[in-house]
Every structure is written in C-alpha cells, then in structure tokens.
Write a protein that binds this ligand. Sequence first.
Ligand code: PXP
Length: 254
Amino acid sequence: MAENDILLGVNIDHVATLRQARYREAGRSCGLVVEPDPIAWALCAERAGADGITMHLREDRRHMQDEDARRLRACIATRLNLEMACTDAMTAIALDLRPDYACLVPENRTEVTTEGGLDVAGQMQRVGQVVDALNSAGVVTSLFIDPEEGQIRAAAELGSPLIELHTGSFSNAWHVPVARAAELVKLERAVELALSLGLTVNAGHGINYFNVADIRAIEGLHELNIGHSIVSRALFTGVDEAVRRMKTLIRGLP
Ligand code: PXP
C-alpha cells in the first residue's frame, strides 16, 4: 500500500439486512442454514483487500445482532469499527466488545439508514462522556458529523481523535453538477479545517463506484467507509471483485 492511499472500511450491515429479511425470527437455532452470514462475508472482504470492517449494532437490532458482533470480534483479521448510538447501553456493549474503533452516530428508529450527522455541538456533555469512557478503555472514537465548522470544532474540543464526515448530501447532489460542486467544496473545506485541528478524517455514506472519483480527490482523507454499493455490486460479481474494484477506484487506477 502506498503511504498516501486512502483506506477502505467495508460496512457489512446490508448483508445482515438480507439475512434478517428471511430469518428475523430464527435466532441461533438454524445454525449454518441461515444465509447469508455477514461474518463469512466480512472475511471474504478482508481477503479481497478491505482495510477494516464496519458494523452498526443498532438499538433496534434491525440488521446486525449482538452475536454477530461477538463473532466478528473473534475472527476479524483487520480492524473492527463499531458504529453505535451515543447511549449508556451501547457504551457498555462497546466496552465489553472492545472494537478497535467506535464511531458514534445518531439513531432514529424511523430512518431507513443513518440520516444526518451526530449533533456533537448540541450535546457536548453526553458525547464527551462516551468519548472519554471509550478512549480511556483503548477504544479509539470517531464522530460521524456533517461537514460543518461548528461540529468539527466541537469534535476537536472533545478530544475525539477521529471524525467521519457525512457524505450523504454530496451523494444525493451528485446528479446535479452545480449542487455536486458546492457539496464537494464543503467537504474539502471541512477536511482542511479538521486536519488543521489535528483530527484524522474519514468519510462515508452514499459513496459508490461512480462518485468515489470525486471523494478520493479530496486531499487528506484517511479512510472511506462504504457499505451499500459494495454489498449491492457483490450480488452480481461476488465479494472479491466488488471489493477489489472499489480499492482500484479509490487508488485512482483504471
Ligand atoms: N458511515 C456511517 C456512519 C454510516 O452510518 C453508514 C451507513 O450505515 C455508512 C458509512 C455507509 O454508508 P453506505 O451504506 O451508504 O455506503
């Protein structure tokens, strides 16, 4: 890997979404009959070059389950990034699980997927408590925030070493050139500010095989977290090709 390569974290939630569509009530009694297994899928993604695996253990457990988290922790070869709500219950789970990274995200039961970044500036005390508890236990925290100055400064003030910039607005604007350019500038400025404050900057949400060319060109990004597009492509090509292709595009190769 070249020194300035952006890393790829593969989000496996939607493999579990597919499993839950059929096996929501099955529990663990079905054993190996339950397909697809998100952990087996994650190991394939690692073999294809994923630099880390991300899973979101949502409070409503709509896709990933507690047992998935334990199994993934036990067999992951790269780094586990646990996305989690900023609650006491999830903090206790993270302290027990010991992921390498914990990314704090907002959660809303009615949303289809994470919508909007965490309002760090509006809940400094709450987020600060969770960041301190996790960081002092050796779990490196990241805050999933919108590319806004106030949120970035708040994240830096709380001492979270990492942030993940929400690229959803950029992704949604991608088909409208003027809006796309404006969203890209927002992201570029956000990365620049965050780096100047000493933060390590990841990005994610809605990144796909088409818009990744714009994202990779932003100077200073550390890692991209990508789920839906890779899981979707893997249905046609298999996991190996889907992950390798994304890695190639992140590197800017044909
Ligand atoms: N980063 C965060 C914090 C997310 O919540 C999600 C969606 O689960 C992603 C990245 C990945 O988004 P997508 O599935 O659109 O690639």
